[in-house]
Design a protein. Structure first.
Length: 150
């Protein structure tokens, strides 16, 4: 997993509309890049809605938000519309960005082991380096978690 002080990859992928998303697109802002397992699941919806609802405070503090999962652009589009999300969602179906950041790994649920996306939030500074890694994400309060570091 990438760590504090590491340079973040610039190219993140394609958003729900097929547009390229790069860290460098957000000049003058710090980027909250969050990796989540699946659109429209309870925890992922809570996390996305927390960030949506905290967007005014996040923007005022100089942050832009980008979500990444392995779901398709069509799934992201439905999720974004249904939840009225105000930030891009990167469709990383080939997991290139997910793996580049180290957000893919072994998980356990109900005693079963499997590979999946490890819910993680990276705060990327204006210079493209990682300033903070949040590995214990509080999905209902994720915007507050980010703002606590300000």
């Amino acid at each position: 997993m990438l760590a504090v002080g590491d340079k973040a990859p610039d190219f993140l992928g394609l958003d729900e509309n097929g547009n390229e998303v790069r860290v460098s697109d957000f000049k003058g802002k710090r980027v909250v890049l969050y990796f989540y397992p699946k659109d429209s699941t309870p925890g992922c919806t809570a996390e996305a809605c927390s960030l949506r609802d905290g967007m005014d405070e996040l923007s005022a503090a100089g942050y832009a938000v980008v979500g990444v999962s392995a779901d398709s652009a069509a799934s992201h589009s439905r999720f974004k519309e249904k939840q009225q999300l105000n930030f891009p969602l990167v469709a990383d179906v080939e997991r290139k960005t997910i793996e580049a950041f180290g957000a893919w790994g072994e998980k356990k649920m109900a005693g079963r082991k499997y590979m999946g996306i490890i819910r993680t939030t990276f705060v990327i500074g204006m210079d493209g380096t990682i300033e903070r890694v949040i590995s214990k994400v509080d999905t209902k309060n994720s915007a507050k978690q980010v703002l606590e570091s300000v």
